[in-house]
Design a protein around this ligand. Sequence first.
Ligand SMILES: Nc1ncnc2c1ncn2[C@@H]1O[C@H](COP(=O)(O)OP(=O)(O)OP(=O)(O)O)[C@@H](O)[C@H]1O
Ligand SMILES: [Mg+2]
Length: 324
Amino acid sequence: MERQTVFTLLDVERTYELGKAGWFGKSRGRLKALDGVRLELRRGDSLALVGESGSGKSTLVRIMLGLEPASDGRVLYGQHDLGQLDPAARKRFAREVAFIYQNARGSMNPRLRIADILAEPIRLHRLRPEAEMTGRVAELLARVGLPAEMAERFPNELSGGQIRRVAIARALAAEPQVIMADESVAGLDVSVQAQVLNLLRDLCREGGITLVFITHDLGVASYLCERIAVLYLGRIVEQGPTGAILGNPRHPYTRGLMQAFPKFGAPLTAPLKGEIPSPVNLPQGCRFAGRCPEARDACRETDPVLAEQAGRQVACHFPLEVAQ
Ligand SMILES: Nc1ncnc2c1ncn2[C@@H]1O[C@H](COP(=O)(O)OP(=O)(O)OP(=O)(O)O)[C@@H](O)[C@H]1O
Ligand SMILES: [Mg+2]
């Protein structure tokens, strides 16, 4: 049976008008943070978004959460345009699609006890009667590996790892169908990171939750997510099954990212050469050509489109060979 489509993105663009600067009020131009993104997410999918800083990962997630509109293209949640949900559907969306903030501590009211922070979404969406609240809070804390006593504490009485787990528990409190997370495990110590990753993985594999996970860590991406989308300057340059893509990257940028990724026992990595062009003045042709070791004349002239090949989608005129 075809799994139900949760999100469909059709040629989504996001441009930012940069404010006027200087005495003459000259506009600093328009920045293209997302440029023609096509993406389909089905129920139970787990998708990692990877790419260098500034490639548009957070912008893409903000648009899928409806926190900001696309400048062009369409974002569908199920069958409905995200920008045109009526108030009731909007409320349902807010419960069904949870976001785990990068800055967990900053996203919590410092004056509330953890118990009330976790109870807030439950009360808002009337998911449990008040009599069951204490039990439900303890259950949520246990789910993220925290003792029930934590419920009495305030956010500033918790460590960085503990507060991130509370942020995940709060996302789960709403009983969501989709979880989006921006760098949620970066900077956690390895044992806490493993615990959080295992929890998210179980939620996807057993709970049928759809996950969109932004990470700079390709190891985390491959552990957690069955699919991966590699972004470069606002565009998806390669996407498909994580194993196939990290096992045999076809886009030179994906290979470059993998070579730049530190590996145990190999202290020297090969950083990606060159500067990322400015998203305000995108070059003609392939936007990666200036940094690409494989670039030829055609790459500087025409912009490659995302096309199906070798079990994934790649936007490259001269994709790398797949090793046999
Ligand atoms: N509100 C804004 N106004 C202008 N430009 C913005 C705005 N938000 C993001 N940008 C620009 O859009 C591009 C994409 O930003 P985004 O935050 O999505 O990148 P990212 O991939 O999440 O990076 P990082 O890995 O550093 O978090 C960047 O060039 C950024 O400077
Ligand atoms: Mg970001």
